[in-house]
Design a protein around this ligand. Structure first.
Ligand code: MGD
Ligand code: MGD
Ligand code: MO
Length: 653
């Protein structure tokens, strides 16, 4: 049976065994290859054929005939659709300059070519605005690089050697399902587990200790741990002397955070902070696995800097089972620029637009030339971006020409002037890079193209050709492109790119800064030390919108929606006379939405949850959690602050 890999935006990146009958997928299951994912895949991708061959699939190019946002289109040929796209690009460039062309490309659920193939070359050559990919992981990645440079993070397979595992701001049981059994195996072998999360997740429920931190306060928790260790004489001074710089500055940042003050801010009792710090410093080896929950708030950069420093402060490196695990994607043996002839040329600077500010940008609230053409590829900003009301309002503008290249009729595609049908990963030749294991896969088409779908590179090449760009720069052949970016031998099937036990920090791999040391303080950064900023709001409840097992971001939601409910702690519900199942209004200054309430004892009081990735058709009145999310930017790399949403809830009666 044909084998390929899953490139969806999840750390696992499973090897897939696909059963095909008469050109249609009848079954998707696990294939051997990736040691992390062998044996089983998630329930949602098992049902992926329901997207590939489902009623929401876009089969041909479409041209808008009704009002924007209503989703009324007529069928068009590729030639007509591409002519319209190129005419609108040329008109915008002629009248307002290339910065008025705004390519919104994300493609985190596509392969390497889908994300980093010809698209970036096309828009760079055009001089179009550059939309910065800040919506996820940029804050965490920037913090990691500040401390460790390009040092490879710890491998989850090394966890079996750990005596202590700390899972911080991550929900692997849902968002990285093959990681959870590795934790359980280590637990069976005697490892203790500590989880830091405002919710009692499944992993927290099984842990030895759960710190139900208040959202957005992790920086204080980590700094208080560091200060406590310093005062107890538990810092690894021998390790620090050889392997780190910036200790004094870091400790100065930690100095104000006594256990008591930290307990007040974080909601974690002082004895728990102290005990966690001591246990982490004295149990060797200790494995720290961080997710992205701690980055998605105004203090996200500081939180990541403060947390990522903990293994350095305690010397939790140098042996199997110790270290820090974040995203492993940098282990892939690939160089995108190596295959890009344009990368060697000098290009003029382009106007930059922060992805998280798309709403205010499209509404004309930011400086600079207005957007005339928006080209969305591999993203669903109506469902996924902050300030959904402004995103929708911006997309509804008559003076904006919107192109959406998509697999299915998403909330964003409904606003398009021209919709272009995209391939799914079952139809293409590409590479999938796992960020939860050191595996890179070759993906292979397992079915013929569905409808008239085209890959991202084919669309870029067709636009480039119409604009007269050089054919040799815009060759969409995947075989040649992959060969050009692969740095050693060809990748076929699943390739383990780092053997288990070969990425032990400060033994096999070291910080890539010139001095080879971890930098706990970066004097060149505009926010050099971790700091805490409070959030004053008239709205008392914090709204989280985390991942669920139903969808990947908004993908697959067309047939597998997470329940559209707001989960509330019993105390918060009781204080508002809200009973389980009742419709409630959830609002702040940005928007007001209506959802059924669900009582959930696993939340920390003051915190409520609406699943991430809901579609407008799944809720009353079109707006989802993202309508309540502010466009605040994080303190490092201007990342998204989904978890800074503050709301009030009232029973509708
Ligand atoms: N099934 C499924 N898997 C996915 C995804 C999906 O949508 N569905 N999305 C994928 C993507 S794009 C990503 S980036 C990853 C995300 O992977 P994770 O980061 O593991 O998942 P999240 O649900 O975003 O957040 C993790 C946890 O952070 C907690 N949290 C929220 N705020 C805070 C805080 O301030 N501090 C702390 N300590 N914790 C906090 C939440 O309660 C949640 O349990 O998952 C990937 N995997
Ligand atoms: N409230 C809230 N919002 C969030 C988050 C949260 O935790 N809470 N998490 C954030 C996170 S972690 C992320 S990563 C972002 C994700 O934000 P987005 O990337 O905008 O969301 P997705 O739902 O992944 O949308 C990807 C789209 O690309 C399409 N697609 C897939 N493959 C291809 C391809 O090869 N070509 C083309 N042309 N299209 C393709 C899919 O059909 C899908 O509609 O959302 C963020 N939004
Ligand atoms: Mo993400």
């Amino acid at each position: 049976m044909p084998i390929t890999a899953c490139p969806l935006d999840c750390p696992d990146s499973c090897s897939l065994d696909v059963t095909v009958v008469d050109g249609r997928i009848t079954k998707v299951d696990a294939a051997p290859g990736n040691p992390l994912t062998e044996g089983y895949i998630c329930q949602k991708v098992k049902r992926h054929a329901e997207r590939v061959h489902g009623p929401a699939r876009i089969l041909t190019p479409l041209v808008r005939i009704g009002a924007k946002g209503t989703g009324s289109f007529r069928v068009a040929t590729w030639d007509e659709a591409l002519d319209r796209v190129v005419d609108s690009l040329q008109a915008a460039i002629a009248s307002e300059g290339p910065a008025s062309v705004v390519p919104y490309l994300y493609n985190s659920s596509g392969g390497v070519l889908a994300a980093s193939g010809l698209g970036p070359r096309l828009w760079r050559r055009m001089g179009a605005s550059r939309v910065l990919e800040t919506i996820c992981a940029t804050t965490a990645g920037t913090a990691y690089r500040q401390i460790y440079g390009a040092m490879l993070p710890a491998d989850p397979f090394d966890m079996e050697h750990a005596r202590l595992i700390v899972v911080w701001g991550a929900n692997p049981t849902v968002a990285n399902i093959h990681f959870a059994p590795l934790v359980q195996r280590a637990q069976k072998a005697g490892a203790r587990v500590i989880v830091v999360d405002p919710r009692r997740t499944a992993m927290a429920a099984r842990a030895d200790r759960h710190l139900a931190v208040r959202p957005g306060t992790d920086v204080v928790l980590a700094l208080a741990m560091a200060r406590h260790l310093d005062r107890q004489g538990l810092l690894a001074h021998d390790f620090l002397a050889v392997h780190a710089t910036g200790l004094d500055e870091y400790l100065a940042a930690a100095a104000p955070w006594t256990l008591e003050r930290a307990a007040d801010i974080t909601g974690v009792p002082a004895p728990d902070i102290a005990a966690t710090a001591e246990e982490y410093a004295t149990t060797t080896p200790a494995f720290l696995r961080t997710g992205w929950g701690q980055e998605r708030n105004r203090n996200g950069g500081s939180a990541c800097l403060a947390i990522y420093a903990l293994p350095v402060l305690t010397g939790q490196f140098g042996q199997l089972g110790a270290g820090l695990m974040t995203s492993l994607s940098k282990g892939a043996p690939l160089s995108v620029t190596r295959g890009d002839p344009d990368a060697r040329l000098d290009w003029p600077a382009r106007r930059e637009v922060n992805m998280n500010l798309l709403g205010p940008f499209l509404c004309g609230e930011l400086e600079g030339p207005p957007a005339r053409v928006l080209f969305v590829q591999g993203a669903n900003p109506v469902a996924m971006n902050p300030d959904q009301v402004r995103v929708r309002r911006g997309l509804a503008r008559d003076d904006l020409f919107t192109v959406v290249h998509e697999q299915v009729m998403t909330d964003t595609a409904r606003f398009a002037d021209v919709v272009l049908p995209a391939t799914t990963h079952f139809e293409v030749d590409d590479l999938a890079v796992s960020y939860g294991s050191y595996v890179t896969h070759r993906m292979r088409p397992v079915i013929p193209r569905v409808g008239e779908s085209r890959t991202n590179d084919e669309v870029s090449a067709a636009i480039a050709q119409r604009l007269g760009y050089p054919a040799e720069v815009f060759d969409a052949d995947p075989e040649r492109m992959i060969a050009a970016m692969t740095v050693d031998e060809p990748i076929e099937g699943a390739r383990l790119v780092r053997a288990a036990g070969s990425t032990v920090g400060f033994r096999d791999v070291f910080p890539t800064h010139a001095d080879g040391k971890a930098h706990l303080h970066d004097p060149t950064s505009n926010r050099p030390v971790p700091t805490y900023a409070g959030l004053d709001s008239a709205y008392p409840l914090t709204l989280l919108s985390p991942a669920t097992h139903r969808t990947i971001n908004s993908m697959l939601g067309e047939f597998n929606s997470a329940p559209a409910v707001i989960s509330m702690h019993p105390d918060d519900a009781a204080a508002r006379s809200v009973v389980d199942g009742e419709r409630v209004r959830v609002w702040n200054d940005l928007a007001s939405i209506v959802l059924p309430a669900q009582i959930d004892r696993d939340l920390r009081p003051g915190v409520c949850v609406v699943p991430k990735g809901l579609w407008s058709s799944q809720v009353e009145g079109e707006l989802t959690a993202n309508a309540l999310v502010p466009t605040t930017l994080s303190d490092l790399a201007d990342g998204a602050c989904f978890n800074d949403a503050r709301v009030e809830v009232a029973a509708l009666g």
